[in-house]
Design a protein around this ligand. Sequence first.
Ligand code: ZN
Length: 288
Amino acid sequence: MKKECEIINDLLPNYVENLVSEETKKFVNEHISNCEQCKKQLEILREDRNKINIKSKNEQKIELDYLKKYNKKMILLKIILITIMALITILIAFSIYRYIYNSKVVENVERKISEITNLNNYHIYETQYYKINQNNEENYYTTEIFYKDGKYKKIEKIDSKNSELENKESVKYWSKDEILNKSELLEYETYNKTGELIMRMPNIYLGEGMAKAINIVMLNIRIDEFKGIECYVLRNSDKSSYREIWIDKETMLPMREIQNIYGVQYDEKNFFIEINVVTDKDVSNPEK
Ligand SMILES: [Zn+2]
């Protein structure tokens, strides 16, 4: 290797990086055009440099791609979180609204039902239709209760189709004291053990405390018409069954109760309630 070649070799790394003066450049160019060995050396250096460049560019690209992906993921995550929060907020707001609206209706209905039970004079006419889909068994019951000053009269009728129930009509008289004292309590058990509410009024019991709050939120209340009267319809349902209680919007008295159990059994009750129309004669046993 010539002495000049040694100098050129020292200069080449900077020459490749374009870090030399114009003069040095000229000097290197001149030497390379006449020296094959140094020319080769320069080519090797250039190749290495390119390889390094490509490698670092690739690394940069990978890093950039990663950052882009990461940012996209973060944005997506933010959108998902914001959506979830918004949905939760809407759900909470909806639940609060439902709770306030539903509990107002439920409270009024509860108050009205307890009011009726404490009245001294009422007449309730109830019809019940009951059907079992499997064997087409259909039963119609009518139950009429007259109550005045501690005395009751109950008229019951059973009219059945495709069923073993006997068609019959019965009239019974009794007093509040009798129900409370006699062992025949069992006979009236279906109604109320205290004897105060002697009619099978729709039971809107929704539990206590937190369970009640949840049940009130879950309760679906709509407005619908029955026999030309605007009603609140309180509906409890799951996948296969439902129960509805129809309440006269104006008087808050129950008008109708429907139960559909697993599509196997259908039960509908209609109520007609009158207040202060019962006379002493209505509740007096003519045989006594
Ligand atoms: Zn040379």
